[in-house]
Design a binder for this molecule. Structure first.
Ligand SMILES: Nc1nc2c(ncn2[C@@H]2O[C@H](COP(=O)(O)OP(=O)(O)OP(=O)(O)O)[C@@H](O)[C@H]2O)c(=O)[nH]1
Ligand SMILES: [Zn+2]
Length: 293
């Protein structure tokens, strides 16, 4: 009899077995046929032949939509950028950099503002209210008090999501809350730095009951701006685009030019000044990299 075949996603590789989840959310413990082994990574979509009692044989890897290298994981669809309302305060330079890196990798983003139980600082609230107006999706949550977590679960439904963001913002706490288990150690920031928590291990996808999968290792540990032409950078700043029609030069990069609509909008507080400054810092990096071509 020919074994039935189904499509699934590799959740983890453990002791020579690949754990593959099918579209009914059942998990199969699979061995690998032939030489495929070297090429399979966590997150791969694969075809498996079903054997008895939750076992299977991994037959084929399907083409990848994308691949992250640190952590090594395929077919990620969403980046959750975790910032805290306070302790630590949100780092806009990291946030703007992560938004750019995610978008450059063709990944959707959601800014998750954790520790909303510590909100109330008007300056921070005003700054963070800018991002939804600029077209980004922002959720306010508290891992500690369980606020906003159902909305966050809905947001990641059907997605393969990786977390990124400031140290101490609550990535591990949110991860544990979302998967409903205490898998990731959470400690006071100072303790973690002293102990050097992030040791090397295999990356795993943790399935949620709603079909979402969460990558258990924070992504984008390398934050270098990818190589691009200086004119390209502005495409990653959707909030600038409306104002570029007031730029005198069609190829304005909103840097040292006069009569620049973007700079005018910064002066009028229509564009967040910190975001513009982060743009300039990244632009200078892009220009510096151009010299290395
Ligand atoms: N007040 C408050 N504290 C929180 C919340 N979520 C996490 N914390 C605390 O913030 C500290 C850091 O949380 P972690 O989840 O370990 O942060 P992390 O982002 O994983 O940190 P790194 O591993 O250093 O990147 C811990 O002391 C948590 O208890 C929250 O919603 N509110
Ligand atoms: Zn301009």
């Amino acid at each position: 009899m020919v074994a039935a075949q189904v499509e699934g996603r590799v959740l983890k590789n453990y002791s020579g077995f690949y754990y593959v989840q099918d579209s009914n959310l059942n998990i199969h413990e699979c061995r690998v046929r032939g030489k495929l082994k070297e090429n399979i990574i966590t997150g791969d979509r694969v075809i498996i032949s079903l054997l008895e009692e939750g076992k299977g044989i991994l037959e084929k890897i399907l083409p990848r939509n994308n691949q992250l290298y640190r952590p090594k994981v395929a077919n990620v669809s969403l980046v959750l950028i975790i910032m805290a309302h306070d302790r630590p305060r949100p780092s806009l330079s990291l946030l703007d950099r992560l938004l750019l890196l995610a978008e450059h990798s063709h990944l959707s983003t959601c800014i998750v503002l954790n520790k909303c139980d510590l909100s109330g600082n008007k300056e921070i609230d005003d700054i963070m209210d800018y991002y939804p107006r600029a077209g980004y999706s922002v959720l306010k949550v508290s891992a500690r008090d369980g606020i906003g977590l159902d909305i966050l679960r809905d947001k990641i439904q059907g997605e393969v999501a990786v977390m990124a963001g400031s140290s101490g913002a609550g990535k591990s706490s949110l991860f544990n809350q979302l998967i409903g288990r205490n898998l990731m150690p959470t400690q006071e920031v100072s303790d973690k730095i002293r102990r050097g928590k992030h040791t090397t291990r295999h990356v795993e996808l943790h399935p949620l009951t709603n079909g979402a999968c969460l990558v258990d290792t924070p992504g984008f540990s390398v934050l270098d701006i990818p190589r691009m032409r200086r004119e390209e950078l502005t495409h990653y700043f959707p909030d600038f685009i409306f104002h570029t029609q007031d730029c005198r030069f069609a190829d304005c990069i909103h840097y040292k030019e006069n009569d620049c609509g973007v700079k005018k909008a910064v002066g009028e507080k229509k564009i967040l000044a910190q975001r513009y400054n982060n743009y300039i810092a990244m632009l200078e990096e892009v220009i510096e990299n151009e010299r290395c071509y």
